[in-house]
Design a binder for this molecule. Sequence first.
Ligand SMILES: *Cc1c(COP(=O)(O)O)cnc(C)c1O
Length: 448
Amino acid sequence: MPDLRSIPAVGRLLEEDTAKTLVGQYGRDLVVKAIRETIYRIRSGQGSGQTTNAETILHDVEIHLESWFTPTLRPVINATGVVIHTNLGRAPLSKSALQAAAVAGGEYTTLEFNLDNGKRGSRSVHAEEQLKRLLGVDAALVVNNNAAAVLLCLSALARRRKVVISRTQLVEIGGGFRVPEVMSQSGAILYEIGTTNRVHIADYKKALVEKPALIMRAHHSNYRIIGFTSEPALSDIVSTAHSQDIPVLDDLGSGALLDTSRYGLLHEPTVQESLEAGVDVVCFSGDKLLGGPQAGIIVGRKELLDKVKKHPLARAVRADKLCLAALSATLDHYLKGEAEDQVPVWQMIAKDEAGLKTTVEHWKLALGAGEVQPGRSAIGGGSLPEETLPTWVLQLTVENPDRFLSKLRRNSPPVIARIENETVILDARTIFPEQEEPLLAAIARVLH
Ligand SMILES: *Cc1c(COP(=O)(O)O)cnc(C)c1O
């Protein structure tokens, strides 16, 4: 226990050269605050050192101040192989999406300004023009995320009215999004049909006598029902609904615009297919398989979208300018047919096995450690459950895999890996070329 009476006074500490440097860096008020906290910790027995000399105390003060300015939102190296890793921020943006967001953030923009007449414009023209062109719809709206998109559509189109949905689709996405709860939050009245494993077109037909406002379809996203199951084709649900002039809302979740089966994965339903099936309003995420910024995208029939746009909630969940700029740039990649080359999520899905193997062989050579092994990468983001892509990984057999992972996490930048069969696995699929050097440096540091 240090001698508490020997702790220098705050004013005395501030006269030290180290303290003066800190004041120059952080300002006097903050340094005083950090000194007080450090002294308080020493007095209450939580100090790091046994001594109470000025230099030791000021060293602790400096550590305090540094930690206050270390961002909590930091870039990490994703060596898990999970392409759309929700906990790691889902989709990384393309270079031009990033550039567009930087410009929109750093300068004045035409966010709500019409250059032709010098009057107020609408923010809804931006990404929405591209969505119309790309998907052939006559209206689109971008909101903060897909959860908001679904909530908004239900609030605007079905408040106090029934919405028919199959029990096979009452999914919980994670992060608190449960389809039945979002439906009731919107004020819509849930009208469940079918059973957990099966629903038939006859169930939909029977529900029409309830005069529902909408028939809703929710994509299963993160789970699959196998065995004795059935769900009618979306086009059959649509023609049943339309026979009574009832619109269909499709919550598609992952929002793929490209066909995942081209990469040896199961086919994830696409936005285009929902529209071809005749769905009136489709909602999907911007940062899942679309590979853009966090956004909820609503496309479909103009008369319905007009109601959605006019609802008071639309203002509360509107997309910001950074999102609109990045989304616009992401959609351009699809319009130009270059998504697979430019959108990181698709670049990673499209990586070929031979290239992945070469990368991992290079890692092994550089490190002089580990084994080059075949593995499986998951897509993540609540899409394609149980589906994986063949990949190549570096397998490290270490004494304590948990501790190894924890040391990798404490690296700067942190490296996130996983454990399989008591070994550390580093998947090349989700590593950007420019991350290889820091990744190898991190592994080498932890190994030695
Ligand atoms: C992911 C998902 C959502 C939520 O989308 P966010 O963009 O994360 O808000 C809603 N519905 C389905 C079917 C989903 O897969």
